[in-house]
Ligand binder design. Sequence first.
Ligand SMILES: [Zn+2]
Length: 449
Amino acid sequence: MRISFFGAAGEVAGSCTLVETGDVRFLVDCGMFQGGREARSKNLRALNFGFDARDIDFVLLTHAHIDHSGLLPRLGVLGFRGPIYATPASIDLLEVLLPDSAHIQEKESEWQLRHQHRRGKNGVGVQPPLYTVIEAQSSLGLLRPVNYGETIHPAENITVRFHDAGHILGSSWLEVTLGGEGRPRKLVFSGDLGMRKRPVLNDPEKVIPEADVLVIESTYGDRLHRPMPETEDEIVAAVGRTNACHGNLIIPSFAVGRTQEIIYILADLVRRERLAPLKVYVDSPMANAATRITLAHPALLDSETLDLLQWMEAHPNKMKLEFVADVEGSRALNQVRSGAIIISASGMCDAGRIKYHLRENLPRSECSVLIAGFQASGSLGRRLVDGTRMAHIFGEAVPVRFIYRRRLSAARRPGRADQLAARLSLAPTAHLRGAWRSLRLEHIRPGTR
Ligand SMILES: [Zn+2]
């Protein structure tokens, strides 16, 4: 058996693990590099030179985030025709996320081409999209649904079980057993693991304490997430300031997962009367779709969330939620001068409708911006968190008057194995040293490749 890592090691995106055993070759995840100028060329290199896509028998997908799924259509472009196994909720999300990823790339290439023509160049050197919308749609046909707890046999002597990872809707950690000659070997792929006792999704299913190989994702391995009461206090303070100053509160948010969590926290604070009744706009087609898909999978939601949904239904005037569908509606929001809470994507402020809201509201000192998630270096979100006084949006210099500069979710702490184990809801550290025969940390620092 051989395991090779085509991404993720030393990076914060682009998980893709190749397992070769006997005459079977399969991938766990096929993610896209994100952020940074070299992302596109890294994405091309990662798949064109790493292995031959036509030799891959099947793919197992831990979850729908683009840094785990974004190169699946590229695999198809390069000749892969095998099945891609994923949970039904992941498949629902991919049907929205992959064509959107293709659309963004197509637009980017068109923009580069136009830019070159304007400067009298012929467009040589403009990178084409890694895949088109049509190619993304055709890759969706390779997806095969697998429920949590179901055992599948994707190849002779290989069995796979998906378990709830509690990270985003449909996310899984995988238990892979390789049979054949000799003793069967067990591989566990953690994917991204969620935290226990967080709202919206069920807690991650306990990781089994035995495996021959454990592959852990550790993007946030060096961070401890803020406890919920602290997060709530920050939101209450931000809403309070915004109301007192008669401004708007802008919350840039990742569409999948984070947006639904923020909606939960806001509604729960209103229910507990820590906040007065609210009017909240969710202005992102992707966030709207992700929320719709989340509500379509009630079995994946925890009991607190189901209770809260019932309360919201019974009290429609306490928490008014408006999902802004079209661009006109989004533009109209720019005319609202006070009292609006606007949740919009992208989470790092580099794309999407959030840029319009920031352009309108950043220069107004009565408005607040609350940064709600991880911000990669080089992103506008990171510059705002770091205290920049001038943002550049659509080529315009926009003065920054007031930023709620605290991050909601994560606080940087030293990365220690026991903290990581706790973060992963693993059994005590002893298991890492004892029962696990091999421990590989992905993401945590360069040089692990
Ligand atoms: Zn993820």
